[in-house]
Design a protein around this ligand. Structure first.
Ligand SMILES: [Zn+2]
Length: 269
């Protein structure tokens, strides 16, 4: 599932290929992708230029020259990329934009849970109002992290997944960051010891930055993404395997219906 690092890679690759490209026409193979909007509404995009793609949490926004924006969510299996010709499109291309230079922007999505909508500035404001700070932005400081965690007694692992507290930390990276900072995943978020705040902040940034770099390298083959989780995870999906620090077998527990991986010795619960 594309998480922040994969979405970031998609956006960077997309900008390299399609910034300032002009949409000639839109073909929607699967109307459910744009529901409740109607395919006919997408004619408003003909002859508009893509100014830039940007990411906010796991949301992608394509700003267009006509003042509208395309809001894209990749969900489980979505991907967005540019091909030289529409005839090269894969079977799971649900929607594509033909560009005036004959290239094509493909929205591919095997499971078809992804969504594309035309949105206005007010819609974007509404989406962004529900999102916490971006963990890789300079504005995300240890004290911002502290504020994000201060208002809940929820265990810290699910609290880190709450997009309204911090935007874009997925399940893999929450486990990873807590392991790096040696914090038990059951610690109440508002009782994080003061001496753990900075290590957690550093770990979140380090884990995500590493994953962003890996994801960007992995997305060289459009349509065949290798997810960044395949690269250098310390605990995620390693139940029973030795902790990389102390060799204690990694344990798994379920918190808020999601698997948490942790080292019982380094992160005693
Ligand atoms: Zn350990």
């Amino acid at each position: 599932m594309p998480e922040l690092p994969e979405v970031d890679a998609v956006v960077r690759r997309f900008n390299q290929a399609a910034q300032n490209a002009t949409i000639h026409s839109v073909k929607i193979e699967r109307p459910g992708i744009v529901a409740p909007q109607l395919p006919a509404q997408f004619k408003a995009l003909h002859n508009t230029t893509i100014l830039a793609a940007r990411r906010r949490a796991k949301h992608i926004f394509l700003d267009l020259s006509n003042g509208l924006t395309l809001h894209i969510h990749l969900r489980m299996t979505g991907n967005l990329y540019v091909l030289p010709d529409y005839r090269f499109r894969p079977h799971s291309a649900r929607l594509w934009f033909r560009l005036t230079d004959n290239r094509v922007i493909i929205f591919e999505d095997q499971r078809a849970f992804g969504r594309i909508h035309i949105v206005t500035p007010a819609d974007i404001e509404d989406i962004e109002s529900k999102l916490g700070p971006e963990p890789l932005e300079p504005a995300f400081t240890p004290s911002v992290l502290k504020q994000s965690l201060a208002t809940t007694r929820s265990p810290i692992k699910p609290a880190l997944l709450d997009q309204a507290r911090i935007a874009g930390i997925g399940n893999i990276y929450a486990s990873e960051a807590l392991w790096h900072a040696k914090i038990p995943p059951t610690t109440p978020a508002n009782q994080l010891p003061a001496n753990k705040l900075k290590p957690l902040h550093t770990a979140i940034r380090k884990v995500l930055q590493h994953a962003v770099t890996s994801a960007y390298a992995a997305y060289t083959n459009p349509g065949d993404p290798i997810e960044s989780e395949s690269f250098g995870v310390a605990v995620y999906d390693r139940e029973g395997e030795p902790c990389l620090r102390c060799h204690t077998p990694i344990a798994r527990m379920v918190q808020a219906q999601r698997s948490t991986y942790f080292c019982p010795h380094c992160q005693p619960c």
